[in-house]
Ligand binder design. Structure first.
Ligand code: FE
Length: 215
């Protein structure tokens, strides 16, 4: 038996993975681990449908920005809940070109530059094993943990995330873009009574992009 609550006990951070071929692409992942410390190697997991996965597979290079507790929600919104196939995520975001990669360096804790040394097929996702070439400590701001993202930022996992979980609610609405749940039982104002210009706090879309949860 698999009790999915157990996976909630696993700790994660929040990372922005970026790379480029003809265009800059990037996405948010929480699944990054350090594998070795001597001659450091890390691993990241990315959904196979993800544009960033496709480009890293071609270029064998990626950067990772370690998001911090003061990382702008706009960055999480842009990189976490839309596809690089549809928009240029870097268009309105400040970044620097480092080692020919687009890297978010503002309001993050640090960043790493990696070369892919292996890619492992894991069903819906690929695990990219990266040899770390360079690391830079940007600030002493606390790195954002996944727990902080969920509890303080009220963040959610989109369906592509390795940690996505269906949650059961009696009287609630779900954002069809980012998965944010508006639970009438926990809010002072019912969803139906929110003003028309109300926006999803996680990804910024309007009420019309929400669906009633039917269990
Ligand atoms: Fe949303």
């Amino acid at each position: 038996m698999i009790n999915k609550d157990v996976f909630r006990d696993i700790s994660y951070g929040m990372y922005l993975v970026s790379t480029k071929d003809e265009k800059n692409v990037g996405c948010i992942t929480n699944t990054l681990i350090q594998i070795t410390s001597e001659n450091p190697i890390i691993a990241i997991s990315l959904n196979k449908n993800n544009e960033t996965n496709r480009v890293i597979t071609n270029t064998n290079k990626f950067a990772v920005s370690v998001l911090s507790e003061d990382t702008d929600q706009e960055i999480i919104k842009t990189f976490g809940y839309s596809s690089s196939r549809d928009i240029n995520k870097f268009e309105n975001i400040e970044y620097e070109e480092i080692n020919n990669l687009p890297v978010i360096v503002k309001n993050v804790s640090s960043y790493l530059i990696c070369d892919v040394i292996n890619k492992i097929d894991c069903n819906t996702h690929d695990l990219f094993i990266g040899q770390v070439k360079e690391t830079v400590k940007v600030s002493n701001n606390s790195p954002m943990t996944y727990k902080y993202y969920h509890e303080v930022r009220k963040g959610t996992s989109p369906k592509n995330a390795p940690t996505f979980q269906e949650v059961k609610h009696e009287d609630a609405y779900r954002c069809t873009i980012c998965g944010y749940i508006y639970d009438n039982a926990k809010e002072e104002v019912r969803f139906e009574d929110l003003p028309d210009d109300w926006k999803c706090p996680t990804c910024g879309v309007g009420k019309d992009m929400f669906e009633k949860i039917t269990n």
